[in-house]
Ligand binder design. Sequence first.
Ligand code: IPE
Ligand code: IPE
Ligand code: MG
Length: 250
Amino acid sequence: MDARDQIDMTRLPRHVAIIMDGNGRWAKAHGKPRVFGHRNGVKSVREVTEAAAEIGISYLTLYAFSTENWSRPASEVNALMQLLVQTVRKEIKTLQENQIRLQTIGDRSRLPSKTARTLEEAIEATRTNTRMTLILALNYSAKWEIAEATRLIANEVKNGTLQPDQITEQTIADHLNTAGIPDPELLIRTSGESRISNFLLWQIAYAELVFTPVMWPDFRKEHFKEALLDYQHRERRFGKTSDQLSSQNV
Ligand code: IPE
Ligand code: IPE
Ligand code: MG
């Protein structure tokens, strides 16, 4: 049976986040330079975006470049930035046709100006699309995002527009880059690594985590559907007991 037939369309996560990992190792296994892996990773981005939109996921966040990734060799960083510009330019038509809205999280102001400009144009052009929101995490790190939110909140307190005792979890959520976006219910990481690497620390407090050994350039629609099925087989208890959940369901 096709995996899709088994996905319960009434219990889909609204937001799926993915740590796209393993491009370099995949390239090495093919006897090629790391950038070959990144180029092939773009195909997976296309496949997964298409699958998510078809299935009816509302938000898809892809970790494309972390703050820590600046420490890679300059040649790799430049190749990634170039690839990003090329891909966004090339894919904008498809985004429009599929009614996909593009957004980013992370510090865009520190990206090369051409990269930032291309992204801003695509964000503006797709602003009113409603089928799915594709969020690229670029020059993103969760600790940076939380520090940034703290600075914003501190300024409001300083200006007198916010009192310290008014600060709630919602205040913090509203000052993160992801303000207004529901927390991901499902986080997928490829390449067999079982770590978070400074991604969405606040937002994944209750996400289901799926770690797959598949390298990102090999990740296809079927793998995405398998991760959704895995998610749907989990019992999300949110601190309650299993019995409480089953009595709620009757
Ligand atoms: C993920 O693949 C892509 C980025 C981090 C930009 P990697 O480049 O991290 O590949 P590995 O982990 O070295 O195999
Ligand atoms: C995480 O992957 C960042 C992205 C996928 C963009 P890394 O490959 O940079 O993570 P670590 O360094 O192995 O934890
Ligand atoms: Mg990696």
